[in-house]
Design a protein around this ligand. Structure first.
Ligand SMILES: CC(C)(COP(=O)(O)OP(=O)(O)OC[C@H]1O[C@@H](n2cnc3c(N)ncnc32)[C@H](O)[C@@H]1OP(=O)(O)O)[C@@H](O)C(=O)NCCC(=O)NCCS
Length: 179
């Protein structure tokens, strides 16, 4: 049986050796992403404040990052938990690990961040993975700011409701770098 251990670590609590493993999975998983998608070319991604990490036999196999941000939706300022860098080591994919990590992160987001929404962007192909974990699509594009310039990404935007508050209507502006 596959025993999966999940840990939530703050960025600064992560020791260099583990940090290298996180970077390694990130590189392996996202190797071709920027090259394949012209929309993502040249984008600088925000660093995470927290990592959710899944281990099997003390080996890191799946990960995601979380950060707290205030964004604009229409004219409303909305605090969100940004989720990004969702990745499973290529040798461990399609075994339910990312789903397990996403589900475990939901209660962590509720308890630790106490914010009404999670928000992530994803490619159309990965939308079913997030939908299966309770995330809902809310837009097909969003705005962000990089080096003082407002830019647009055409991508699926999904939110996770973490309270009874409904997602408001309006254009989404991350007011900074995406994640
Ligand atoms: C996307 C990614 C994180 C998914 O990780 P994963 O651990 O393989 O995810 P899961 O196993 O939970 O789910 C992936 C698929 O495997 C299927 N699956 C789950 N358990 C399975 C099993 N035991 N056998 C076969 N398939 C299985 C799921 O149904 C899911 O199918 P779906 O695509 O229809 O949703 C991984 O493929 C990855 O790192 N990709 C590259 C980076 C990337 O694109 N990240 C997402 C950025 S938005």
């Amino acid at each position: 049986m596959m025993v999966v251990q999940i840990k939530f670590l703050k960025g600064k609590e992560i020791l260099p050796e583990l940090d290298r493993k996180i970077e390694e999975i990130d590189q392996l998983a996202f190797a071709d992403e920027d090259r394949d998608d012209p929309d993502l070319k040249g984008i600088e991604w925000s660093a995470s404040q927290w990592m959710a990490l899944a281990f099997i036999n003390n080996q890191l196999v799946s990960q995601l990052g979380m950060l707290k941000r205030e964004i604009l939706v229409g004219k409303s300022v909305i605090p969100v938990v940004g989720v990004g860098g969702v990745a499973t080591h290529p040798q461990w994919q399609k075994r339910g690990l990312a789903s397990q990590l996403l589900k475990a992160s939901e209660s962590f987001m509720r308890d630790q961040f106490k914010l009404p929404f999670g928000l992530l962007v994803c490619a159309g192909e990965t939308q079913p993975l997030y939908a299966g974990c309770g995330w809902q699509p809310v837009a097909q594009s969003l705005k962000f700011i990089q080096e003082g310039q407002r830019r647009t990404i055409n991508t699926v935007v999904m939110v996770l409701l973490l309270s009874t508050q409904p997602w408001p209507p309006g254009e989404i502006d991350l007011c900074g770098l995406p994640w």
